[in-house]
Ligand binder design. Structure first.
Ligand SMILES: Cc1ncc(COP(=O)(O)O)c(C=O)c1O
Length: 418
């Protein structure tokens, strides 16, 4: 994978341009002192801001579900459910976590692929489930009928694409024929069918993609003679900094849905991950070694790309330095502590007086960072949580070296080395 870093990284010299830079400096400074580095810091205020903006723009009659997979932090889930909103889960682990944290059946929405491999173990009355395939419908229909699950069908939207190769449409949802057939079967069997669902995915969408998805869902609905009470438009908005055009398109599509699905439509549902959580976390890493080479200065840090594998490849992130440094800029490669040249967070001009012991703050490390975190050569890092009053607490402990060994071996092995 090629590391691409455009020069949009904000170093200490220009960080005043970044809204909230001071809040992040303070939060990370305290978190690094209390919990050490590497450490994620999640602040709830950016979540509140993004959510308020989204809900204000889309207007009433739209419900936002937490895309838990995007930032699977139990603290966030607890805050979210306390706000009265629901949680969308796509795996048994997320489902079990949400249930264990008291998420009731009305606040839970089960999406995702191949749920027949696990959902049958959970005969819960009134669960909300979106079927992704004919196989799921076959396997889960008896339970859906017995437990009066409130179900729907995910359609494959016309603009869905594989993010890395747009010649391919991706593995999600049902074709028109599959969806119509599934709806017929569910309705004929007497299932409580309430919703249609689509999710555009994370590739850059062509203009009109949201509207085309809504119109496609309306065609499926007509073909199946089924009128949904809920239309789940999934996620698909980028982070707030780049979301303006897509958000305008979403608002337009919501307007279209309101007229296409009237009068039966009661609510539209959203499950925005990146828009809601991307700016809510930072990764704090400490510089532990430095090397000056003709091509670049290299800062070796105690955390790096392995703390969030894939997301480091997705584009530039603003970067802050603690304490503030003002030396002349010098091309710098910010590396993690592993043995791969892939383990690079940024290659950008940074003040040349950034020193061993400084903390680098890699911002916009919310959405899809924790889920992609790896144990490459080290354990998982600590996660700190800042509540609405910016009070800090430990949300996840750092994994210790002994635990790393325990995970790498099975119990029998451990018995033999005791
Ligand atoms: C079904 C579903 N809903 C919501 C999301 C969140 O997407 P985003 O981060 O693009 O908002 C995803 C992400 O993969 C998803 O698969």
């Amino acid at each position: 994978m090629v590391f691409r870093q455009r020069p949009a990284v904000i170093s200490v010299a220009t960080s005043a341009l970044l809204p909230e830079a001071d809040c992040w400096r303070q939060a990370v400074h305290r978190a690094a002192a209390l919990y050490g580095t590497p450490c994620y810091v999640t602040r709830v205020r950016p979540v509140e801001t993004a959510l308020a903006e989204l809900e204000r723009r889309v207007g009433p009659g739209v419900r936002s579900w937490l895309s838990f997979k995007t930032h699977p932090l139990p603290r966030l889930l607890e805050w979210w459910t306390r706000s009265g909103r629901g949680v969308e889960v796509v795996s048994e682990s997320e489902f079990a976590t949400a249930r264990a944290l008291g998420c009731d059946v009305d606040q839970l929405l089960v999406n995702g692929v191949a749920k027949h491999s696990w959902l049958g173990r959970h005969p819960i009355e009134g669960l909300r489930v979106h079927f992704d395939s004919a196989t799921e419908v076959d396997a889960l229909m008896p339970l859906a009928l017995r437990c009066r699950w409130r179900v729907g069908v995910r359609v494959h939207a016309p603009d869905e694409r594989d993010r890395r190769d747009d010649r391919f449409g991706g593995q999600f949802g049902m074709t028109t024929d599959e969806a119509v057939h599934a709806l017929h079967r569910l309705l004929a069997a007497g299932a409580d069918v309430l919703s249609l669902h689509f999710h555009l995915g994370q590739h850059h969408h062509a203009a009109g993609a949201y509207r085309r998805a809504v119109e496609h869902a309306a065609r499926v609905s007509d073909a199946a003679a089924f009128r949904p009470r809920f239309l789940d438009c999934g996620g698909g908005l980028p982070g707030p900094a780049e979301a303006a055009p897509a958000l305008a398109e979403l608002i337009d599509a919501i307007g279209a849905a309101r007229s296409l699905f009237a009068p039966q439509l009661e609510e539209l549902w959203l499950e925005n991950g990146r828009f809601v959580t991307e700016q809510a976390s930072a990764l704090a890493v400490r510089v532990i070694d430095a090397k000056v080479r003709p091509d670049s200065r290299y800062l070796i840090c105690d955390g790096g790309r392995t703390n969030h594998a894939l997301a480091a490849d997705a584009g530039p992130h603003p970067l802050l330095v603690l304490p503030a440094r003002t030396g002349p800029a010098r091309l710098t490669t910010v590396c993690g502590p592993t043995c791969m040249t892939d383990d690079v967070l940024a290659r950008v001009p940074l003040p040349s007086d950034v020193a061993i012991g400084d903390v680098l703050v890699w911002l916009h490390a919310g959405a899809y960072h924790l889920p992609w975190e790896t144990r490459f050569s080290q354990g998982l890092c600590a996660v700190a949580w800042c509540d609405h009053d910016e009070d800090l607490s430990l949300a996840r402990e750092r994994e210790q070296p002994e635990e790393w060994v325990r995970r790498a071996r099975c119990d029998a092995d451990l018995q033999s080395i005791r």
